[in-house]
Design a protein around this ligand. Structure first.
Ligand code: SF4
Length: 216
């Protein structure tokens, strides 16, 4: 069986998988990804229209009163911290990067609220630079399918996926993994009974072994 069958299956399930954060520019994407920490893309999409109307550019966000940013974000958890981070990020973009979202991971990670995953999303989605952002879904799928070990760190999972997935598929396959994790191989009650990947799945094998053990 091909080592990459799992990729084919995900590609067939989600041929059009794409970023679910609404955005019109690299700046809007960057801000949306920062806001998506510990909340859903859906919740972020509800607040960003008003936010981007108030502050559509790095300069406008950098100079907007913090109370106005907080007000636009108040439906989100941690909205005060997030307002502070996006304002500081916009200020740095204006001061250090000439008002343009930077295009390297190293530079992106100097921005407040931007970790490795956020930087990878921006590289991949905004600039089409190959990257493998590892969020909770990607990490879970990689570990369940045995593409990474249970104890692996997020960075280790990223490196392993980069080795296993052809580089020209990194950008599309991470969206397919997110969709699969969000809607099918969910954290609780994954749809194993309808899954085409049971043969590849370490997690499924373990479940079956445990069932056999507890049978009288
Ligand atoms: S068999 Fe279950 S746990 Fe494994 S990949 Fe499919 S849905 Fe996920």
């Amino acid at each position: 069986m091909s080592e990459l069958r799992w990729l084919d299956v995900l590609a067939q399930l989600y041929p059009d998988a794409a970023c679910e954060l609404n955005h019109q520019s690299p700046f809007e994407l960057l801000i949306s990804v920062i806001l998506s920490a510990q909340t859903t893309d859906k919740a972020v999409n509800l607040v960003t229209p008003a936010l981007f109307q108030l502050a559509p550019t790095p300069f406008a966000m950098a100079t907007a009163p913090i109370e106005d940013l907080e007000d636009a974000l108040k439906q989100l958890g941690l909205f005060r911290t997030k307002a502070k981070n996006i304002k500081a990020t916009a200020q740095l973009i204006v001061e250090q990067f000439d008002g343009q979202v930077p295009r390297t991971r190293k530079q992106l990670m100097t921005l407040p609220g931007v970790g490795r995953k956020t930087a990878n999303v921006v590289l991949s989605v905004a600039f089409d630079i190959p990257a493998v952002p590892v969020d909770t879904h990607v990490e879970r799928i990689a570990k369940r399918l045995g593409l990474a070990k249970e104890a692996d760190s997020v960075v280790a999972v990223e490196k392993k996926l980069q080795r296993k997935i052809p580089r020209d598929l990194w950008n599309v396959s991470h969206h397919q993994m997110i969709h699969f994790g969000r809607y099918f191989c969910t954290a609780q009650n994954p749809h194993c009974n309808a899954c085409l990947l049971t043969n590849e799945c370490k997690y499924f094998r373990k479940l079956q072994q445990n069932k056999r053990k507890i049978r009288p």
